[in-house]
Write a protein of this length. Structure first.
Length: 114
């Protein structure tokens, strides 16, 4: 059974930092490209960042230079380090395994106050 469990969200002031974690089980984690998405109230879910099995990364323009995605295959966990946070980063953040698109965790809420 595929499970994705996000954690690390919270309330932070603009300019602050948070590190999100996503623990995966039920998949061969090391072989999967992993993505982070986010969904703000009243908006569609949007892609944020990706990391391939080989460690290559890609970012949405809105977070480039501020967010860093990385992974620990020994822990079956993908992370999202978020720096210089802005109020517009407020959203529920989700991780997703590229080969298991239909499986989503509960997400973790990030709220950035101005």
């Amino acid at each position: 059974q595929v499970q994705l469990v996000e954690s690390g969200g919270g309330l932070v002031q603009a300019g602050g930092s948070l590190r999100l974690s996503c623990a995966a089980s039920g998949i061969i984690f090391s072989r999967n490209t992993m993505d982070w998405y986010r969904q703000a109230p009243g908006k569609a879910r949007e892609w944020v960042a990706a990391i391939t099995s080989g460690g290559s990364t890609n970012y949405a323009d809105s977070v480039k230079g501020r967010f860093t995605i990385f992974r620990d295959n020994a822990k079956n966990t993908v992370y999202l380090q978020m720096n210089s946070l802005k109020p517009e980063d407020t959203a529920v953040y989700y991780c997703n395994a590229r080969q298991w698109r239909g499986y989503w965790g509960q997400g973790t809420q990030v709220t950035v106050s101005s």
